[in-house]
Design a binder for this molecule. Sequence first.
Ligand SMILES: [Mg+2]
Length: 374
Amino acid sequence: MKITELHVDLLRVPPTIQLQDAIQSITTWEFVLVTLRTDTGVTARGWSYSLGMGGAAVRELIDVYLRPLLIGADPRNAERIWQRCAAELHAVGNAGVSSLAIAAVDIAVWDAVGKSLELPLYRLWGAYQESTPAYASGLNLHLQGDELAEQLTGYLDKGNTAVKVKIGRDDLEEDVERLATARATVGNKVAVFVDANQKWRAGEAIRRVSALERFAPAWIEEPVLAEDLRGNVHVRSALSTPVALGESLFTRMQFADYIHAGAVDIVQADVARVGGFTEWLKIAHLASSFNLQMAPHYMSELSVHLLCAIENAYILEDIEGGTLFELGLATEPVQIVDGRATPSGRPGHGVVFDESAIERHKAAEAFEVIPTRH
Ligand SMILES: [Mg+2]
């Protein structure tokens, strides 16, 4: 099987609901979508995403620089393709736009392998389980009081047994009020995760989260700057709440450093940001050897396969307003019933795109960028 064609498109999709956390609002969803065709008649797709910034650079890396490596390659050499792409891009860094570019390619390559063998990806990788726990994740820092309670009630009505609430309001008392509202709304049996999106420095994070621990959050996510390894170690050692992080890390070596240093309880590698399935599975196996669990960031359509393939799955993130189905790009949602998500039974990742939506959201030659920071 050889790759004969590669197309790459940048899609820019407006959010369907307001999405706000402690450091940013989502003004545009960007998806870099790779379509591969093979000499055996397989059409495969992979994608990565950005939160409104950088997608055009990722598209160009693939279209101009990775294309020559891919035409003629056999997708069944997924590991070799990944290493080759990483080696070629090393001089522009092995994280950020490089890993987002490699991810879109790697995901399409694995989709081609799954389709050629007529196997869903989780089955190809060993199928530890047929479904995985999932949680409803709200980018909801702008909601307070009754509005927050209403959102969380909606999540429970859909059968969710775990939810995420953003924290990091400037006034600590408002975060305390948020958690009080959340706990009063969902009761004591539903897990409440909290996410500060890197808002604080270590001392402040410890002070703030300590004030919330009486509401029994099930994890504190990104309490400090993701790059601050020592700060995360300090926070984790000072709190009784487990620390979740990893959505802002990009390589397996970074994860090795954080895990070995004792900076993390729950590993949140993002399949796009780490360069695709190939690197994500290595991170999951690394975490397994430290008896840690995976709770991947976003990308539920793909993460559901990963979580069903491994023995150390914790939970899938289902971001309200962030799924390909909600954004109109996919023809059906990930199946989530009573808080458990099931991968598509179709070969590969099984995501079916709406071709007319792809056409509609292709980025114009020049487009207006809306800043994400406030
Ligand atoms: Mg987060």
